[in-house]
Ligand binder design. Sequence first.
Ligand SMILES: Cc1cc2nc3c(=O)[nH]c(=O)nc-3n(C[C@H](O)[C@H](O)[C@H](O)COP(=O)(O)OP(=O)(O)OC[C@H]3O[C@@H](n4cnc5c(N)ncnc54)[C@H](O)[C@@H]3O)c2cc1C
Length: 407
Amino acid sequence: MKNYNIKIIGSGIIGVCSAYFLQKQGAQVTLIDQNEPGSGASYGNAGSFSDYSVLGLNTPGIFLNIPYYLLSSNSPLSIKLNYIFKLMPWMMKFLSHCTNDKMLHTAKNMKIILEQSISSYEEIFSDVDVSDLYEKKGVLYLWGKNNIKSYEQGIEIRNQLGVKQKILTKDEIKALEPNINPIYEKGVLYESAMCAKNPKKILQKIFDKFLELGGTFVNDEISEIKDQSILGKKSHYEYDKLIISAGAFSKKMTDQLGEKIPLETERGYHVHFKNCEHLVSRGVCFADSGLYLTPMEQGLRAAGTVELGGLNNPPSQKRIDYVIHQAKLLINNLPEPYDSWMGFRPTLPDFLPVIGKSKHYENISYAFGHNHLGWTLGAVTGKLMRDLVLDKKNNYDISAFSPLRFS
Ligand SMILES: Cc1cc2nc3c(=O)[nH]c(=O)nc-3n(C[C@H](O)[C@H](O)[C@H](O)COP(=O)(O)OP(=O)(O)OC[C@H]3O[C@@H](n4cnc5c(N)ncnc54)[C@H](O)[C@@H]3O)c2cc1C
């Protein structure tokens, strides 16, 4: 193998896993981040390794709900009023992907990588001991009476695609999670899914292994991308091969390369309820509110909600209140949370990530846009980036993730 000088911008789970697999292969990799590794969206997610989650938000049903999303402060999706005009071009593209055919296109292609997602992590975990930081008890999804149609549609599509799902009766749900109020009508257990007890610590351990293998980390904010070099606030860096994996911030870089990739952010939130992690025994998602409850080292993490509001607006207290309110509907007598956090999910209008080479530069590759599934897809994306950057053949058709689809 040629001894390439590889630079990776962004040390979220996508950048760190890419760095790990490339360094393991013998490449010389430098990860660059303006913050410490794992301080973006990869820090505060719900920790679910959701290998079943083939459907994106681009479903035909979403059209009917848009007025409610715009007007209600109590809906799982909200739009910041001061961002509506900026959002319009992305929103129009997103709505054009909310047809039955395009929804199925998303689902089929997500299946290709989701089914490799857990085995790819297992490869890393055979090298990096994180056995005390995740649990294999599946993830439980619950639907209330207002959401039965979307439940039925989801079940059917996942069945067609061969996703394993165990449909539960209300009594079976109660037996699994007795502390969840029975405001649900339907439930499914995704048995192969796993839950992190502390995503940041898992990421840190993979990062430490990358350093142990001879990788390098540089703390700098990259402001300019050129053909053979990148410019940061502290220095400039030369490269043979470059990966852009800066999550929701990647668009600032691809714009400079003359590619108009319609990356937006779906802002999400979490809060922690101290000493309440024992109240659920696995990740639980209430689909009606888009809320996840995950037992974490920090306490019970309630995470979720989608806010379309861009990268610059401050966090919204109303969204935090929404998360707290929904958590308290699911579990009685929760105390007040002791913290709150907002993160930026990176999302394309077709709810597929961008994994592929730049249109204009053979030596620049992209890995971003993993929306609600970046935590799940970190390891498999890392392997795909290794193969892409080192021009190794593999058996996966990832053409649907190409950045060229927006040209
Ligand atoms: C509330 C919430 C819950 C979620 N739950 C789940 C879940 O349960 N399961 C799941 O699979 N996914 C989940 N996700 C999604 C997942 O967290 C993201 O898709 C994933 O973390 C994205 O990873 P990333 O590496 O692309 O980006 P990030 O983790 O955001 O990393 C990007 C990095 O790039 C760096 N960067 C940006 N600009 C620059 C620059 N100019 N110079 C240098 N560095 C730069 C940032 O500092 C950051 O470290 C959730 C997200 C949220 C918000």
